[in-house]
Design a protein. Sequence first.
Length: 477
Amino acid sequence: MENEKTIQKGDELELTIEDLAFGGQGVARVDKWVVFVERTLPGQKIRARIVKKRKNYLQAHVTALLSPSPHQIAPECAHFGDCGGCLLQNLDYSQQLAAKTDQVVDALQRLGGFRDVTVDPIIPSRELYFYRNKMEFSFSRSRWLTPCEIASGADLTQEGLFLGLHAKGFYDKIIDIVDCRLIDPLANEIVDAVREFARQSGLPAYSTRDHNGFYRFLVLRRSKRVDEWMVNLITRDYNDLIVAEFTRQMTQRFPQITSLLMSTTASKAAVAFSEQETVLAGKSTIDEKIGDWVFEISSNSFFQTNSMQAAVLYEQVRRDARLTGGENVYDLYCGAGTISIFMSRDAARVTGFEAIPSAVNDAQRNCVRNRVDNCEFVAGDLKDLLADTDFRLHQHGKPDVMIIDPPRSGMHSKTVEAILQLAPQRIVHVSCNPTTLARDLQILCRTDYQLLKVTPVDMFPHTAHIEAVAVLERKTS
């Protein structure tokens, strides 16, 4: 076997992929080196070239597949391998679940120092395909050519107007999507129709290189349980002629659309978010049900993108909170109030805290819609909102239970300090990032809390994402 000191950038090694790291990269080991290899699966034997050498690890790219994984399956999507959305679609689902569970356990043990924590069996997704209720597609002037297309030697069009998903690692090249398996099949028909409409209009796609052009994004939403559709075409400017023809074509061809919008944004950022919105047909929102509750979803709203599995996740949170009807609950990073409202029937009072004002407005509107009168929502940055602990206790009462659902980056250190001062008896921590979860739990459990258990929940099959619900109890003195 190669000596540790002799391995250099550019060397080729024969490797066996042992497992998957969080993020979906394969992990191999050579002597004391950990080697990360993209687009590989546990059980594969490969030849790989070292492309990066760091103090504690190596990064490698596959040059040859020597033998396949015993758990490898044929991917269903025609775009697999080019689009970066479904990295694990060629891995048997049971092995996806096992790998994600291992990633949660590894983060808790290696980064958090939790050696004996109970990790429940992972809760699988009810749907493996077509489970997303929202997809964002981008317009571009440049199309991604697949390796097969390049190898064919045909004269293929690379410049023009294209609509789809970004090729992995490229911000300016688009895969002209024809059959995405994450959202309802009707979405593919709508994407095709919008692409053709844009091409026939003669107006160009927007480019982040020169910040000129018209078409920017297409956002599709479909409520799984209510079956309503939102189509939002985001452009740089408003154009009366385009609006009239777009409305005519889309309403005639797709009567399923209940909310047809055209929005504009002057932002140079490549983010499908708009400042101005015009309702072309139907209403400005769509409805979705989670459990017994109905939620209005607007074009810019954050909402769990797997509706069916969101109900499973929230039910897990509800069970772990163990509410009896008399508790005062704080819901941190509450978004549009979905968890707050889901918990409201079992609590005396719920106060949600959220940084985005529009999300707070959505939460308040959803309370009215569901006739919930024991929820209150506060807008502002959590590290600032919770800084004056005495004021929060006076305004909202001492929390008995705290629900925490932070962004991928985890909690700000000041927010963690404030939680320790507020001292709820029980904390239910929902996380979409095992590494930041382990970091936050380590701080909370250093003195005041003990970690009882963690339950992984698979919200996004075939992707590297994993959700986990952790339960903490305040230590008795």
